[in-house]
Design a protein around this ligand. Structure first.
Ligand SMILES: [Zn+2]
Ligand SMILES: [Zn+2]
Length: 360
């Protein structure tokens, strides 16, 4: 088995147990791997192989993130038994650069028509990945279940940044027709929908266009992702949306840790109390090891409940990740089971909670 030879031996467990911050026994690791044969697991926010950077005009950020490597990512996902991931296009990819502090930020604005043409370019890349047959497209829960049974990796198409919609509701419908099932409405570029967490606020919450977009996404069956969105946008989205939403990749602020990409317990509960899901990201913010990330996941479970937590790795556009190889995916359920979560609770976090809010 690829995972056992290449993943466990050379991956998190084998590389250096001390460096991972985990103290799992071989039996516990095997239990994590075996778990993935029984339950669908979903990475609710990812950019596998940085597909979206293929053929993009070079930017500072694209240089720092590295060249696309789709085939490697897909083979790692198969080896690690990842059932499905949200393969995210990045609306504002061509605008991004690194700030002196090391974070990402837009360094220019869109040219006329650019947001839409970038969307078309990146969606075409996703469709080409599916056409090659290395990954199957998942449009609904049943497709994810079928992928688990067939030992295939499923791609749920998604877009990080609702910039490409502009003020055109027909583009929400076009995205759905393209297979898009989640949109992170705000990314790094302050847009027509609202403000990101990482920029000074221009508006207190969702703009009128933003409200219309949230309702249109509800109507067509696209999950509203509030990762990167300001507290005000999140509050307004909860008021506007009649469907559960998600914050696909974040973690909680702590008394000793603050960062614009982290959220307060109050912020996370806006989404969980509305039936939604909060994904924990191995972002390296307040984390040095995989063990620190597992602690972030457990903290989220304590704050919002085990029915509302998921995994969102941001692979492979995470600029200082503490989890870097899908071949080690089994380590996550292994660690959760070892920390006392039941099999049913672990299944919720690994995929069940997302599948509950996944349309269809
Ligand atoms: Zn992100
Ligand atoms: Zn991302």
């Amino acid at each position: 088995m690829a995972f056992l030879s290449a993943g466990l031996a050379a991956g998190v467990a084998g590389r250096s147990r001390a460096a991972t911050g985990l103290t799992l026994t071989e039996a516990q690791l095997q239990a994590g791997v075996a778990f993935l044969d029984r339950h669908p697991s979903v990475d609710i926010h990812a950019h596998p192989g940085r597909f979206f950077l293929r053929d993009i005009a070079r930017t500072d950020a694209s240089e720092r993130l590295g060249a696309p490597a789709e085939a490697q990512a897909l083979s790692d996902m198969a080896a690690g038994k990842v059932t499905a991931a949200l393969f995210n296009c990045v609306s504002d990819a061509s605008l991004l650069g690194f700030t002196p502090a090391g974070g990402l930020a837009p360094v220019r604005d869109f040219r006329p028509g650019e947001a839409w043409s970038e969307y078309r370019r990146q969606i075409a890349l996703l469709k080409a990945l599916v056409a090659k047959g290395d990954v199957v497209r998942a449009l609904n829960r049943a497709d994810v279940g079928a992928a688990l049974k067939a030992h295939k990796t499923a791609a749920v198409f998604a877009v990080e940044g609702g910039d490409f919609i502009e003020d055109r509701m027909d583009r929400v419908h076009q995205a759905h027709a393209d297979g898009v099932r989640a949109i992170t409405i705000v990314h790094y570029h302050p847009n027509q929908i609202g403000d990101p967490q990482t920029e000074p606020p221009r508006t207190p919450g969702l703009t009128p266009t933003g409200k219309r977009i949230v309702r249109e996404m509800n109507k067509v069956g696209i999950v509203v992702d509030l990762a990167h969105a300001s507290f005000g946008v999140t509050k307004d989205a909860v008021a506007a949306s009649d469907r559960p939403m998600m914050i696909s990749h974040t973690n909680l602020k702590r008394a000793d840790l603050d960062h614009p990409r982290l959220v307060s317990v109050e912020h996370a509960r806006l989404v969980s109390h509305h039936g939604g899901v909060v994904g924990s990201v191995p972002s390296g913010i307040g984390q040095a090891t995989v063990g620190d990330w597992i602690a972030s996941i457990l903290r989220l479970i304590d704050a919002v409940g085990v029915d509302h937590v998921a995994i969102g790795t941001d692979m492979d556009a995470n600029y200082k990740p503490v989890f870097t190889d899908y071949g080690d995916w089994g380590v996550i359920p292994a660690a959760l089971l070892a920390r006392g979560l039941s099999e049913a609770e672990t299944a919720k976090v690994m995929g069940g909670n997302f599948l509950r809010i996944f349309p269809g």
